[in-house]
Design a protein around this ligand. Structure first.
Ligand code: ADP
Ligand code: MG
Length: 294
């Protein structure tokens, strides 16, 4: 092979904001069969809006609940956390992170914090099970508007619920369509609910070939292993919940601006912007480079 040609292609990619950590990854990009996308923050903007926020028990007021949630979420860098903190500010409730003890993140589930002596869990149904709540007791709760439903538990008791919505990035549909033209299939792997995955797919004109929702980080990695049986597989993600899948993929692509430090470190390719249309462009560049060499 001609190292100079490869070097030129890597430099060219770098000037467009795509850092490829070596010619081997460029060669894999030329042969990629499947591109798997994380949803939240990758296909979507990750800029959530709180569409509903409600206590479900009379003992706990709206303000107390929102003070708990905004204080605990102010310690999280998850895209949903910023929206919940913002919802507090909207209601003149400032977060008090200094009152939160034992803060913990459960990837794919949510967060935990002790505040004013109460054990508070915030997240999806999985965090409810972790809190010790029976699934039946929160499954019957009426769903909130918005695409993503969240629950708040005080100990094992459901005390509140909220709805969040997000929108797809501009260019996401175009990226998937361009990959399709290149004979590459696109998959969405998300930790979010089935309902949220379906709404994102609607916004993307049903262009995705494969969709899997409600995944834990290790389940995302398992699907990547499956895709690899059909050929080289790229995974693109931003969160700590994506790090495992990024590492397992032949080409792990991390979002450099909005992404977590862990995702950046794990990535073989770093996208220095949020423009996911750079992915099919990089595939074209890789194909041109390696066809020239043959
Ligand atoms: P994705 O794969 O779409 O990026 P994540 O794995 O980051 O999603 O999150 C999966 C789910 O876990 C979210 O949809 C949400 O229900 C819950 N979750 C994760 N982090 C938080 C948080 N900080 N606050 C509330 N819920 C959270
Ligand atoms: Mg994400």
């Amino acid at each position: 092979s001609t190292p100079v040609t490869i070097f030129c292609a890597l430099s060219k990619a770098a000037t467009t904001g795509l850092l490829i950590k070596g010619g081997d990854y460029l060669e894999l990009l030329a042969k990629v069969k499947t591109v798997a996308f994380d949803k939240t923050g990758t296909l979507t903007r990750g800029e959530f809006m709180v569409t509903d926020f409600q206590p479900v028990r009379d003992e706990i007021s709206f303000n107390t609940l929102l003070y708990w949630v905004s204080s605990i979420e102010s310690k999280s860098s998850h895209p949903m956390a910023a929206a919940l903190v913002g919802h507090g500010t909207l209601h003149s409730i400032e977060p008090k992170p200094e009152n939160v003890k034992d803060f913990q993140i459960f990837p794919g589930e949510g967060v935990f914090g002790k505040i004013d002596g109460e054990d508070i869990y915030i997240g999806n149904w999985r965090i409810g099970l972790r809190a010790g709540c029976e699934r039946d007791s929160f499954d019957v709760v009426q769903r909130m508007s918005g695409k993503t439903n969240g629950f708040i538990f005080c100990g094992a008791t459901l005390v509140g619920k909220f709805g969040l919505s997000d929108t797809c990035r501009s260019g996401a549909l175009e990226a998937i369509e361009e990959l399709k033209e290149l004979g590459i299939r696109s998959a969405m792997l998300t930790g979010d609910s089935n309902a949220a995955a379906m709404i994102a797919n609607d916004q993307l004109d049903h262009s995705l070939d494969i969709i899997h929702a409600e995944l834990l980080p290790e389940e995302k990695a398992k699907f990547i292993e499956e895709f690899k049986k059909d050929g080289p597989t790229a995974m693109i993600g931003d969160g700590i919940n994506d790090a495992l899948a990024l590492a397992v993929a032949d080409i792990g692509i991390s979002m450099g601006i909005s992404g977590s430090a862990l995702a950046m470190e794990t990535g073989h390719v770093i996208l220095m912007s949020n423009d996911i249309q750079k992915i099919p462009k990089a595939v074209r560049l890789a194909k041109r480079t390696f066809i020239k060499l043959i």
